[in-house]
Ligand binder design. Structure first.
Ligand SMILES: [Zn+2]
Length: 306
């Protein structure tokens, strides 16, 4: 399963716009809240071993949150209404207050790399982080500059001045593995750890299809012409608000020519080399992204395709 996918909650999107219904959910005896501190969700359980998302009763988390703290209705888990709440107003909830000693606040990427959380809970943590992050960065109307207020359980912000509605962002990014026969194209971004090569990626632009974005990005970054493009899978990527759209592409040219300064290096890898790297880790200082990244799945699915 691709990390951050598989959120099983019922988002109840038709009812969350009803303030009376939402208020009932907040005081429901089975309501639970996931506190996030500095965008890090609370995680409970052994530090090495099975862990769970740290859902607590609302009163416990609410004591730590500021009065204007973003709160998001995540959905129903059976009968249990689940919320996310920003407790960043607390100085250090790990050490002081009602959550002290309960667990730890873990950065989302580290949480995914650790792999100790059930996949559906990691997906819920990803949703919670993306939403709280969005609220923190969208307190003012992009149209008139006045303050906005959350509505619909946190799934919309409305401007108090001009009534414009603002919805949570999901920015589409294409990430693609181009292949030419038995070889595939990988690149090393300037910000990557030394030795790591991955599939190429870039933001889609307005007015572009996924296929057009894939062709443009590969040409801009590596100078490779691409023909057929096939959608493969996608991944919510809350850093801060992307959706990674994974594609496989057929290259039509071979000569690499670095273009737009995104990549420090690009190269072709043989299928056998990719298989060895995926199973054996690092070879000659070169390694591929971990399973939490959709690039890993693109590489794996291409390398082991019959
Ligand atoms: Zn406005």
């Amino acid at each position: 399963m691709i990390a951050f996918s598989g959120n099983t909650l019922d988002r109840v999107s038709l009812r969350r716009a009803d303030p009376a219904w939402l208020a009932e959910q907040w005081i429901h005896p089975e309501a639970r809240v996931l506190p996030l501190w500095q965008l890090r969700p609370l995680v409970v359980g052994a530090s090495r071993g099975p862990q769970q998302a740290g859902f607590v009763i609302p009163r416990v988390a609410q004591d730590l949150a500021g009065s204007e703290a973003p709160r998001v209705f995540l959905g129903l888990d059976g009968q249990s209404p689940l919320f996310a709440l920003d407790v960043s107003a607390a100085q250090d909830p790990r050490e002081q207050g009602p959550l002290a000693g309960l667990g730890e606040f873990v950065e989302l990427r580290a949480l995914a790399l650790r792999g100790e959380l059930p996949p559906e809970e990691l997906a819920i943590c990803g949703t919670a982080k993306a939403m709280i992050d969005w609220h923190q960065r969208h307190g003012f109307c992009a149209r008139c500059g006045a303050p906005t207020k959350p509505v619909d359980g946190g799934w919309r912000r409305r401007c108090g001045q001009c009534s414009a509605d603002h919805f949570p962002r999901t920015d589409p990014v294409v990430i693609m593995l181009a292949s030419l026969g038995e070889r595939c194209l990988v690149g090393r971004g300037r910000q990557f750890p030394p030795g790591m090569f991955s599939a190429l990626a870039g933001f889609l632009e307005p007015g572009e299809t996924i296929e057009e974005g894939v062709r443009r990005e590969i040409f801009e970054e590596a100078g490779i012409q691409v023909g057929k493009v096939r959608y493969h899978a996608s991944q919510p990527w809350a850093f801060p608000s992307s959706l990674m759209i994974g594609c496989l592409a057929e290259a039509q040219s071979e000569k690499i020519c670095l273009g737009d300064d995104e990549l420090a290096e690009a190269r072709w890898l043989e299928r056998e080399e990719v298989r060895a790297l995926l199973s054996g880790g690092r070879r000659e200082g070169l390694f591929l992204p971990p399973p939490m990244a959709i690039a890993h799945h693109l590489l794996r699915d291409w390398a082991f395709a019959s």
